[in-house]
Design a protein around this ligand. Structure first.
Ligand code: BDR
Ligand code: CA
Length: 312
């Protein structure tokens, strides 16, 4: 049985790997790729999504652009230090030219249209700021029964990568994240930084991908700047593939081990803006989110590589 999915993304180096992983995952039926501001601006991430669609031979999949800014307050910072000013490590222009136009309906309308007619509930994989998803749930509550679950890469319960305690996707739009993770009631699996950092892949993994074939070589070039930045930052040759974990969990539900927790997102303007926290117990009442805090780490990275090698 295939899993119909829509991927909402801000490519982004790890988003690029995640999109190729989706193309390499036979369980997934990719209905659309929607874009959201985030790692870099909307225009760049949308162009990147179109180029990655061409690289992955996904020409039949519509790409639609969504929010170019957060719901309420301007984006505090982008992530070009990690992803390069074009979002793909300075290599966006080396990828294939877009093989079709951007879908004119726009991300939220396209998601709503696809959900409304989907013969079975669809998994939303949200691997950028949660602005589009929050807008979808706010403007089209009638589609909620058509969402099987939302798999979100975002948040951290143990320290941030943007501020001391806030993770990038949540920090980009805390109001949207709060709506999706706290106020709404759609089944949600959250893949936080706590786990994605443990699943970082090493230099040997990256070298194997880069020599797997022409697509692997293109991905290897895209990853190079990200790899260098992490080497300078941590002193080691390893990079987190954050967003791929959400795609893998969507393709093979249960790959990540989850704990149902009540969440809160800080959205005031103090130093904790964008921080996610959880009561480390269930049964506290209210809405629970399945938070992926554990996995067979070696198996996850081996599976991602095995799949990518088939495609690359
Ligand atoms: C998340 O932030 C972005 O920079 C990555 O693409 C990922 O979605 C990790 O915190
Ligand atoms: Ca991302």
């Amino acid at each position: 049985m295939t899993v119909p999915v829509i991927i909402d993304t801000d490519p982004g180096v790890d988003d690029a790997v995640a999109l190729l992983l989706a193309a390499a995952s036979p369980e997934l039926e990719l209905l659309a790729i929607t874009t959201v501001f985030g790692n870099v601006g909307l225009e760049a991430v949308t162009d990147n999504a179109l180029r990655l669609r061409a690289l992955a031979a996904l020409g039949h999949v519509p790409v639609a652009a969504g929010a170019d800014r957060p719901l309420v307050h301007p984006q505090a910072e982008r992530a070009d230090r990690w992803h390069g000013s074009d979002g793909l490590g300075g290599c966006a222009a080396e990828l294939p030219e877009p093989d079709g136009p951007v879908n004119a309906r726009g991300a939220v309308a396209l998601m709503a249209d696809l959900l409304a007619v989907a013969p079975s509930p669809v998994t939303l994989v949200a691997i950028g700021p949660l602005t589009n998803v929050a807008l979808l749930l706010a403007a089209h509550p009638e589609v909620k029964p058509h969402i099987a679950r939302i798999v979100v890469m975002g948040g951290s319960l143990s320290g941030g990568n943007t501020t001391a305690a806030a993770e990038f996707n949540v920090a980009c739009d805390p109001e949207a994240a709060r709506r999706v993770l706290v106020e709404e009631d759609v089944a949600t699996t959250l893949v936080p930084l706590d786990l994605t950092l443990r699943c970082a892949v090493d230099g040997a993994w990256l070298d194997e991908l880069a020599t797997a074939g022409p697509r692997g070589a293109a991905l290897g070039r895209v990853i190079e700047h990200y790899r260098t930045q992490f080497r300078e930052f941590s002193g080691g040759d390893a990079v987190p593939l954050h967003d791929s974990l959400a795609v893998l969990e969507a393709a093979v539900p249960g790959t990540l081990r989850t704990t149902a927790l009540p969440l809160e997102v800080v959205y005031d303007h103090g130093p904790a803006r964008g921080v996610l926290f959880a009561a480390r117990r269930s049964g506290a009442g209210g809405r629970l989110v399945d938070v992926a805090l554990d996995a067979d780490v070696d198996e996850v990275s081996a599976t991602v590589l095995r799949r990518l090698r088939r495609l690359c």
